[in-house]
Design a protein around this ligand. Structure first.
Ligand code: ADP
Ligand code: ZN
Ligand code: ZN
Length: 789
């Protein structure tokens, strides 16, 4: 399993072993860990021996290996790479080459035998440097060590390197019990009071600094005065951010019971049965997951629950813990490698029968799988965007099918792919049409943002209506969430009079403004280019470039409500998942009044204090140059709106939009996702986009733009030629510069392959794999792409 994921053949001196066990093998001049895939079908040349078989039991059970094979074939990735993705990080062992000086080496280094040295003064100096490094035990490359060995200066031995998992450290601060606040320093007193109210064992300093930015010096002074104790220790075991577990269900709703009757029957039948659990926000989907899983456990079968992002949805994982205790293993990115590895081994060994995890948990070695749940199945984060570009929801269905298990895809806003499967009868639909407590969904008002376009300069992000609502909410001491989907890299051109963004005539996506190339507008699906022309919707030629970001909102809000405690939550501000969870926990404790953020604020949080939700740029996601922009937009808005009014006070949602009559916005405001989905399904069919067709994006990137473009054109040309000759019908769209045309210094182009089925796309891609690429240009295939950026 080298980095590029190749598959190699070795001789097993001790005879065949089961697939899935790891072996130590020579690879070039190194040793590497590999996973046995099975007997080779044909052998060329002389085989090298496997050095050692590492596991007693296959590390990857047969069903996971089968899923890995399927994924590698479907997503056009090397098998070895797929195997690597399925293993938990930090599991591979490597052998380290160690060198020791021979007597000759010693003599040379100590300057006794200069005569030994060929090749002049410079080479001599270099050799002595290397020998000194060996003597001091510093790391050298294997090739350097072997060269020294050849000259008799060093002797080599191998030793097994420790797995490269090191527990990270966490810095904790604890108030000394009974500490008196220093009278002269109000800031220190504030920090101390905060700590005194917290866990006496200690609070992560990171969390404290999130509450008191810049308080590090105060903390140091408090420690010097012996009022606060600081210490560092290994980060704890499978910790979850603290969160209430959620109330136990006393009486099931009729809809929940009906869904469970079907799910239990399907489990009893012990055959593949996929379901869509279509339930509005707050309809009690989690209870259905938990009880269906409990039934599978009672049968002695295992369960897998995928969630989009555990660190941001601690409540859900908490409910699994509350229901199943130690039978739950949680796999999430907030854990250290060592913690994840130990959870993984617990699952592999049968010590945990229920796995809750993010997308990579679809490969978790759950025993005798009975049920797979995918919560919020529409979430784009189920798609992995590098290495093996898999979609965890789709793999979950494949895994359930192969295991003869029940699959439950849950969502309030199912993806069109899933709705299409349900229409075709490939999924059974279970509905939870109402909120459990009989509470209404919040009232939503659409606010026209065009009023803010009147002045010159960048338009304000807060409309007068929302500003006023914010002031009132703050005056009542209630909380608010402001949502703005960041789209910093894409600037579009907006019509001041009707609010429409200038769109592509061929693809019905927004054109993107490229300042580098004059004022050209470009389509990132088909490559269409134009200079700004009057608005196609209303004829006005008063166009204004628009960009916005959460930082801008924060500034405007601080000016509007100077007293309010405001925090911003997005990938830039959050840092690690721990920080995001800490911020959310503070908001839940009502230590903050307004939370501004990207979709991170829209997850399944349950904040009863929130009575106002503002979507600042409700139609903004529509500007994304992606055919799924409208679908994504409604899904986000539905989720954001679902945060309001979950407590005693009714909630109010304001959706600010330029295009107030867009179906996506209107549907979200009316809580009518399915009405939207019907229209959108027809539009996709008309444009031949998924779910009515299959796509594969071929992405090329490199340092020299002209080379990348030439390679993309050659590839597209070859693809079209193959289509003309062969019988397959695959549309080749593009090439066009990718919407993010330059990323980390690389120029990017993409072309899209489109066909009714995957077969022709797979065949074409395999044929295109033979096309030589110029050096310095990389090609990646993305089958069933989610992000077309
Ligand atoms: P969803 O995932 O559908 O948005 P949740 O599963 O989070 O909804 O449920 C919302 C809230 O309703 C939770 O606090 C949950 O404990 C509670 N709940 C679920 N089912 C019932 C029920 N039958 N009766 C009362 N409360 C319930
Ligand atoms: Zn217009
Ligand atoms: Zn286009």
């Amino acid at each position: 399993m080298p980095a590029n994921g190749g598959v190699f053949t070795y001789w097993l001196p001790e005879g065949a072993v089961e697939p899935g066990r790891r072996v130590l093998v020579p690879l070039g001049r190194r040793t590497a860990t590999g996973v046995v895939l099975g007997p080779a079908r044909s052998v060329r040349g002389e085989l090298r021996d496997v050095l050692r078989v590492l596991d007693e039991q296959p590390l990857l059970p047969p069903d996971v290996l089968q899923l890995v094979r399927w994924a590698a074939a479907h997503y056009l990735a090397p098998l070895g790479l797929a195997v690597r993705v399925a293993l938990p990080p930090g599991i591979d062992l490597r052998e380290e080459l160690r060198g020791a000086l021979t007597p000759d080496g010693d003599a040379l280094l100590d300057g006794v035998q200069r005569a030994l040295l060929p090749g002049g003064q410079e080479a001599a100096t270099r050799t002595r440097q290397l020998l000194r490094a060996v003597r001091e035990g510093r790391a050298l490359r294997a090739a350097q060590l072997r060269a020294l060995e050849k000259r008799g200066l060093v002797s080599l031995s191998t030793s097994e390197a420790r797995p490269r998992v090191q527990a990270p450290q966490v810095e904790l601060a604890a108030a000394v019990p009974g500490a008196q606040p220093p009278a002269r320093s109000p800031r220190q007193a504030e920090v101390l009071a905060w700590l005194l109210a917290r866990d006496p064992v200690g609070v992560p300093v990171e969390e404290l600094l999130a509450a008191f930015p810049g308080a590090r010096p105060h903390l140091r002074k408090l420690a010097a005065r012996r009022l606060v104790a600081l210490r560092t220790e290994p980060a704890g075991a499978a910790r979850l951010p603290d969160a209430p577990w959620g109330s136990a269900v006393v009486r099931e709703t009729a809809a929940q019971s009906a869904a469970l009757v079907e799910l239990r029957a399907a489990l009893d039948a012990r055959a593949y049965a996929p379901f869509l659990l279509d339930g509005v926000t707050g309809s009690g989907k989690t209870h259905v997951y938990l009880e269906a899983i409990a039934h599978a456990r009672a049968q002695g079968r295992g369960a897998l629950a995928l969630v989009p992002e555990i660190a941001l949805t601690p409540q859900l994982a908490g409910r699994f813990r509350a229901r199943f205790g130690d039978d739950v293993a949680v796999l999430h990115s907030g854990l250290t490698e060592r913690e994840r590895l130990s959870e993984w081994h617990r699952v592999r060994g049968g010590g945990a029968g229920v796995v809750v995890g993010a997308r990579s948990a679809v490969f978790a070695p759950v025993r005798d799988l009975g049920i797979v749940v995918v919560d919020e199945e529409h979430e784009p984060s189920y798609k992995q965007e590098d290495r093996l570009r898999y979609h965890a929801r789709d793999l979950a269905l494949v895994r359930a099918r192969d295991a003869g298990a029940v699959a439950v895809l849950g969502s309030a806003t199912p993806s069109l792919e899933t709705l299409r499967r349900a229409q075709d009868g490939r999924l059974r639909t279970l509905r939870l049409p109402e909120r459990v407590d009989g509470r209404a969904l919040p009232a939503v008002e659409i606010v026209d943002r065009k009023t803010t376009l009147r002045g010159r300069g960048d338009p304000a992000l807060l409309t007068p209506a929302l500003s006023e609502a914010l002031q009132k909410t703050a005056a009542r001491g209630e909380q608010a969430i402001l949502f703005l989907n960041k789209r910093g890299h894409v600037r579009s051109l907006l019509c001041r009079s009707c609010g429409a963004a200038v769109g592509c005539p061929n693809c019905s996506v927004a054109l993107v403004l490229h300042r580098a190339s004059g004022a050209a507008l470009r389509c990132h699906l088909c490559g269409h280019e134009e200079v700004p022309r009057p608005c196609a919707a209303c004829g006005s030629d008063d166009l204004v470039p628009l960009s916005a970001g959460t930082e801008r909102v924060e500034e405007e809000l601080r000016a509007l409500l100077p007293q309010a405690r405001v925090a911003r939550l997005d990938r830039d501000s959050a840092g690690g998942p721990g920080k995001a969870a800490a911020l959310l926990a503070r908001f839940a404790r009502r230590e903050l009044d307004v939370l501004i953020g990207t979709q991170m604020v829209a997850k399944g949080h349950d904040f009863p204090g929130v009575t106002l939700v503002g979507a600042l740029d409700a139609d903004g996601p529509l500007h994304l140059p992606d055919f799924r922009a409208a679908e994504r937009c409604v899904q986000l808005l539905a989720q954001v709106a679902g945060r309001a009014g979950r407590g005693e006070q009714p909630g109010r949602v304001l959706m600010q939009a330029f295009r107030t009559t867009e179906p996506a916005v209107v549907a979200a405001a009316a809580h009518d996702y399915h009405g939207f989905a019907r229209g959108e399904m027809a539009r996709r069919e008309a444009l031949s986009f998924p779910p009515h067709a299959r796509l594969c994006a071929l992405r090329l990137q490199g340092n020299v733009e002209a080379r990348v473009q030439a390679a993309a054109e050659r590839l597209a040309g070859r693809a079209r030629e193959l289509q003309r000759r062969g019988g397959d019908r695959v549309d080749v769209l593009g090439p066009a510069p990718a919407p993010i045309a330059r990323l980390r210094g690389k120029h990017r182009f993409q072309l899209l392959l489109r066909a009714p089925e995957h077969g022709p796309i797979h065949r074409l891609c395999r044929a295109l794999g033979e096309v030589p690429l110029p050096s310095g240009v990389e090609l990646a295939a993305d089958v069933d792409p989610v992000a077309l950026l």
